[in-house]
Design a protein around this ligand. Structure first.
Ligand code: FES
Ligand SMILES: [Fe+2]
Length: 389
């Protein structure tokens, strides 16, 4: 028997990351539910990763903010009165009260703690504290909220809790250019809608499902509908070190999509496009959809994830086909994939399963699972340290 086929619950799994991809066995099932491995992912991967806060347009006005929760942390990204975007921890420096509960909003330029009214600028600096003039040796600036790093790439603002993490440009060279190539109107986009869905599955189960084309024609009816809209022969999954794309030209012979008739003069550049940035950020567009979708998997615990679906467009009037596509994503394709993810999560606990095979072919064809393997290697290295030589 192959030495990688350790029995369930045995660890560590020597040499897993040195397998030939075309013969490799999948990550053992415990990687998808074990609490200790999940904590290692939290501490070694997510606490050092770049997380999407929002599109630049969500920070257009002074006082505009977005709150993102990650495990037990909560981060505010906001534009201050001087017009700069900053991120800071969502916590008052007096007795630790959480400052902002809403996901998005606009303050008058100051955030006020609801407990004793300490007031902060939208960069986290303390502006006032009632009765502080009566205090001995009280300096407002001693109680500024610690800031968090932010960077912009491909029209989106990201934050990173690790001040020493490599920059977005170093981690994802070429990704900014790729986003701007596919979405030339990126700078003019606005958020149309955001949907959060909690799914009882490990975050990687959901990622795995989203980065292979093997199941497109083999699973449910909505996937077959999607496959009909793309030129599947031209579907390509390409990996870089820390990011990947899967792209296909649109099938320009179709006359309707998502139940809506299409215009006669279809854009020859229409495509199915996905770009994934390690560990959990995906942006995409569907053929004819006229929107940019964001698809962020936020782990809640080892077996629950929050899926955040964002929809952005530069068209002030959302086109009928865009509305139909968002509805189809939310009510048809999304649930079809979510049902598969929930079913896989149950199956991973079975004593009758531990490791399968990545279905990777030599050509790295459109149905090959090489991105899943690549993603799992990043996970493995993230958890255990990079042992590849
Ligand atoms: S806890 Fe915020 S002002 Fe007291
Ligand atoms: Fe799918």
């Amino acid at each position: 028997m192959n030495s990688f086929l350790n029995r369930k619950q045995q660890s560590p799994i020597e040499g897993w990351d040195h397998q030939d991809p075309e013969e490799a066995f999948t990550l053992p099932s415990r990687y998808f539910y074990d609490e200790t491995l999940f904590k290692a992912e939290r501490d070694n991967i997510f606490m050092h990763a770049w997380h999407v806060a929002g599109h630049v347009s969500e920070f257009a006005e002074p006082g505009q903010y977005v709150v993102t929760d990650l495990f037990d942390q909560s981060v505010v990204v906001a534009k201050n009165r001087q017009g700069q975007i900053h991120a800071f921890h969502n916590v008052c420096q007096h007795r630790g009260n959480r400052l902002l509960e809403e996901r998005r909003g606009t303050t008058g330029g100051v955030v006020r703690c609801a407990y004793h009214s300490w007031c902060y600028e939208m960069d986290g600096s303390l502006r006032s504290a009632p009765r502080c003039e009566k205090m001995k040796n009280f300096e407002l600036q001693q109680f500024n909220i610690p800031q968090i790093r932010t960077e912009e790439m491909g029209g989106f603002i990201y934050f990173n809790l690790d001040p020493k993490a490599p920059s977005l440009r170093d981690l994802f060279p070429g990704a900014d250019e790729e986003m701007r190539r596919v979405f030339p109107d990126l700078a003019d986009m606005r958020l149309i809608e955001e949907q959060d869905v909690i799914v009882p599955a490990n975050w990687k189960v959901i990622m795995d499902n989203s980065i292979e084309g093997y199941h497109f024609k083999l699973s449910g009816p909505c996937h077959i509908d999607l496959a009909r809209l793309i030129d599947f022969k031209g579907y390509q999954l390409s990996k870089r070190d820390n990011w990947w794309t899967y792209i296909a030209p649109a099938n320009l012979t179709v006359t309707e999509a998502y139940g809506v008739p299409l215009r006669k003069d279809l854009n020859p550049e229409e495509c199915f496009f996905n770009i994934g940035m390690w560990p959990n950020n995906t942006f995409y567009t569907f053929p004819f959809s006229e929107f940019l979708g964001s698809f962020i998997m936020i782990p809640l615990d080892a077996e629950r994830s929050l899926l955040r679906f964002g929809y952005y467009s530069s068209n002030p009037q959302t086109a009928e086909v865009s509305k139909a596509c968002m509805k189809w994503m939310n009510e048809d394709l999304g649930p079809e994939d979510i049902a598969l993810n929930i079913s896989v999560q149950k199956g991973l606990h079975s004593l009758g399963y531990d490791q399968g095979r990545y279905m990777i072919d030599a050509q790295r064809s459109n149905e090959s699972e090489h991105l899943v393997h690549h993603f799992h290697r990043l996970v493995f290295d993230g958890i255990h340290g990079n042992s590849a030589t």
